[in-house]
Design a protein around this ligand. Structure first.
Ligand SMILES: [Zn+2]
Length: 270
């Protein structure tokens, strides 16, 4: 966690009144302890006994949450949701307005058949919140993925909408059969970066496809929200089969839908 950003966040929530100097001194530490106490119920881990680095991330997450930039769980891990929440905060600080991310469809349409369009997901999948939550299922993979923001942590369970689960299971089993575990690891395809998440779209006002349980992310850092081909890692030749397999199983790569956000795949077309 960048210490200046941490101080900016604590100042924006009214917990910190010192300088934005990146020096974590007594005032910064006191503000951190105050925020930990105020958000104790929301923490998904016990900050006492955790590293200072993890405590800083969690305090930043608590501030982002309070400021309306949804960071996901207050877990002290700097994942892609926290990173994008921070990006949203910094953009607003710098410009005074919310960032808008252009998602104009690419010329060639991708997907078809039984895949709903984004305009149809509310009708087909349900309303984000309680209704979607009742329709979520957890698939259990016969192999493990690594958690993208904490690589020592493994995941075998992924929570998605019941209407998308079989397709995702089949897609990931096919990816695993095609590449094998070592190659998946070398390419970073095994870096699972989140599926169901009740939140709004980044740089937009509508619900994220993640809030419908029909989206999944992999290996966020080199496949950013604003990164296009050829810069995005998943645009590389080694990843073509990965994208093809996902698409063949109705999980469409965003890099083929709107040409950015290569980490993202969704069972919804544009
Ligand atoms: Zn995503």
């Amino acid at each position: 966690m960048n210490e200046r950003h941490l101080q900016m966040l604590m100042a924006a929530t009214g917990h910190y009144h010192g300088g934005i100097d990146g020096q974590i001194g007594p005032k910064s530490r006191q503000a951190m302890r105050d925020i930990e106490a105020a958000f104790r119920d929301r923490y998904t881990f016990d900050p006492t006994g955790s590293t200072e680095a993890r405590r800083e991330v969690a305090v930043a997450q608590a501030c982002l949450d309070k400021l309306g930039h949804d960071p996901g769980a207050i877990d002290g891990w700097m994942g892609n949701n926290t990173t994008e929440a921070l990006n949203g905060f910094l953009f607003k600080q710098a410009t005074g307005k919310a960032e808008v991310i252009d998602r104009t469809p690419l010329a060639a349409p991708v997907g078809g058949g039984s895949i709903p369009t984004q305009a149809e997901v509310g009708r087909v999948y349900g309303s984000p919140g309680d209704q979607i939550k009742k329709r979520l299922v957890t698939i259990k993979l016969p192999f493990s993925l690594r958690i993208d923001w904490n690589l020592r942590q493994k995941a075998t369970r992924i929570t998605v909408h019941r209407d998308c689960a079989d397709q995702l299971m089949a897609a990931l089993v096919a990816v695993h059969a095609h590449y094998g575990p070592d190659r998946m690891r070398d390419l970073g395809i095994d870096r699972y970066a989140g599926a169901y998440n009740h939140r709004k779209m980044r740089g937009g006002n509508s619900w994220s496809m993640h809030a419908y349980g029909c989206a999944i992310d992999f290996y966020a850092e080199p496949n950013g929200l604003r990164t296009q081909c050829p810069e995005a890692l998943f645009c590389g030749a080694a990843y073509k089969d990965f994208l093809d397999i996902m698409q063949d199983h109705e999980w469409l790569p965003a890099i083929r839908l709107w040409g950015k956000d290569a980490m993202h795949f969704q069972r919804a077309r544009l």
